[in-house]
Design a protein around this ligand. Structure first.
Ligand SMILES: [Fe+2]
Ligand SMILES: [Fe+2]
Length: 263
């Protein structure tokens, strides 16, 4: 199975470049399964049900998220609308699995694509972020339940150390662990010795003529004077950042991971 994972899709520029480039990427890289982090799809802050379904219509199979998941409150009713249907679009939007158990939504999706069973697990870090449950132990707990060989993990986290540590911790137990959230791609993609494809951050899919997606004047102003400001999405220099993971269906081990940036 060949898996494309697209990093944090940011606002209209991010959604537009996905729409424009996805078909060619899928053909060129012979992709079977398409995953993306959609936490910034709605002008940088959260994702609405309509935007999630637009992304599904483009061919994305599962959307992961992160700390921005509750920014658009409609997502709460959307999660409820899945109503026990394990494959409805609403069930294919994940929130980090290590949030409190009684919160809406879920952090794990189990599906089948091209006759191959797969699972997607969304986790969030705790270093320089809200204090959620332990992502290491929640991963342990969920992985013992899974029978799928192909398991893809999005670790949405700020600290590189926490992501590197989780990569080593999960090595040999999952097909891939990729980092999201910092919006800056890292050049450390590799397959770890146990067969887990790893990258610290996939990078943002959105406008790079800004500061991690936001208009640069607003962020520079914030650093200069610390006054609150309403952040607006940047425009310009839009890039799509992703990785392609090639995995052995029989063992779930990754054969390769390739970093992609297209503009
Ligand atoms: Fe993000
Ligand atoms: Fe984030």
């Amino acid at each position: 199975m060949r898996i494309l994972f697209i990093g944090d899709i940011f606002g209209r520029p991010g959604r537009t470049i996905v729409r424009d480039k996805l078909k060619d990427l899928v053909r060129e890289h012979r992709i079977d399964l398409i995953l993306a982090n959609g936490e910034n799809a709605a002008a940088g802050f959260g994702i609405t049900p309509a935007l999630a379904e637009d992304l599904f219509d483009l061919g994305i199979d599962v959307l992961t998220t992160g700390n921005h998941i509750w920014d658009k409150r409609e997502i709460i009713d959307y999660f409820a609308s899945a109503n026990g249907d394990a494959h409805s679009p609403a069930r294919r939007v994940l929130r980090p699995a290590n949030y409190a158990r009684d919160l809406p939504g879920t952090g794990l999706y189990q599906g089948t694509k091209n006759d191959v069973q797969y699972a997607v697990l969304n986790l969030q870090g705790r270093v320089f972020m809200a204090s959620n449950d332990d992502p290491f132990r929640i991963a342990d707990e969920l992985l013992t339940r899974l029978k799928e060989k192909i398991i893809f993990v999005d670790m949405h986290a700020e600290a590189t150390s926490e992501k590197v540590a989780l990569g080593w911790y999960l090595d040999g137990r999952v097909t891939a662990m990729v980092g999201t959230h910092t919006h800056i791609p890292t050049a450390d993609e590799r397959v770890l010795p146990g067969g887990t494809a790893y990258i610290t951050d996939v990078g943002m899919t959105g406008p790079y003529e800004g500061v991690i997606g936001v208009r640069k004047e607003q962020i520079i102003g914030r650093f200069l004077n610390n006054m609150p400001v309403r952040f607006e999405p940047a425009t310009g220099d839009t890039r799509l950042c992703a990785v392609v993971v090639d995995a052995d269906d029989a063992t779930g081990r990754a054969r390769s991971i390739e970093r992609i940036m297209v503009s």
